[in-house]
Write a protein that binds this ligand. Structure first.
Ligand SMILES: CC(C)(COP(=O)(O)OP(=O)(O)OC[C@H]1O[C@@H](n2cnc3c(N)ncnc32)[C@H](O)[C@@H]1OP(=O)(O)O)[C@@H](O)C(=O)NCCC(=O)NCCS
Length: 178
């Protein structure tokens, strides 16, 4: 377990499929995800296959977010598309327990993951993509030091309109300085 202030991160395991299945069938969780995720209203069979692919993917590392107070598993956070040549990776996060949003837990989980990425894995740049209308996520990423670096225009279709994805990143020097 990697410890933060409010949450700890433990490696994802096959048994976590039950939680992921529930979260990725909750409309409130899916609502603002945009196109940058591979999960949408999945069957248990599909979810099991997705989890096994995630566990076997050598370019990814996923952790379950555990609330220190009470020990509840509330979400998943991880690095995807780990690129050793360029020392970069993509950050992905979902807090699946909706009642746990807006308590600073996402912020803490991201900081723990960034510390792991920069100080244990020696990465240089962590990037992410987020739907332009996902104000909660953008606010959380800004708090953690991510800067907007561009947009994918008309990235996906959402609620009767083409919507952009915002690209954000943070460098190791910025993380150490913040
Ligand atoms: C996005 C997510 C990871 C953020 O985690 P969290 O624990 O809820 O975030 P935090 O509490 O650390 O920070 C959220 C911030 O957004 C603010 N916020 C909430 N709703 C907002 C809104 N509609 N507009 C602007 N800011 C908003 C909160 O006030 C808080 O800021 P503060 O700490 O300055 O008050 C989590 O909510 C989540 O998983 N959501 C569903 C899935 C998702 O969108 N994942 C990201 C995909 S890119």
């Amino acid at each position: 377990m990697i410890e933060g202030r409010k949450v700890g991160l433990r490696l994802m395991e096959s048994q976590d499929v039950w939680l992921l299945y529930r979260w990725f069938n909750d409309q409130r969780v899916l609502e603002d995800l945009g196109s940058g995720h591979g999960f949408f209203c999945v069957s248990m069979e599909e979810e099991k296959a997705i989890v096994e692919r995630m566990l076997q993917d050598r370019k990814s590392q996923y952790f379950m977010i555990v609330r220190k107070e009470g020990g509840e598993v509330i979400g998943i956070v991880g690095l995807a598309n780990i690129d050793q040549r360029n020392a970069s990776a993509e950050l992905r996060i979902i807090i699946g327990e909706v009642g746990q949003w807006d308590k600073g837990l996402g912020d803490d989980a991201i900081r723990v993951l960034l510390d792991h990425a920069f100080n244990a894995k020696n990465l240089h740049r962590i990037w992410l993509r987020v739907a332009e209308y996902n104000d909660r996520a953008i606010s959380c990423y800004r708090k953690c030091g991510f800067k907007e670096e561009g947009r994918s225009r008309h990235d996906h279709y959402h609620k009767a309109a083409w919507r952009d994805a915002v690209l954000m990143s943070i460098l190791d020097s910025e993380f150490r300085g913040s």
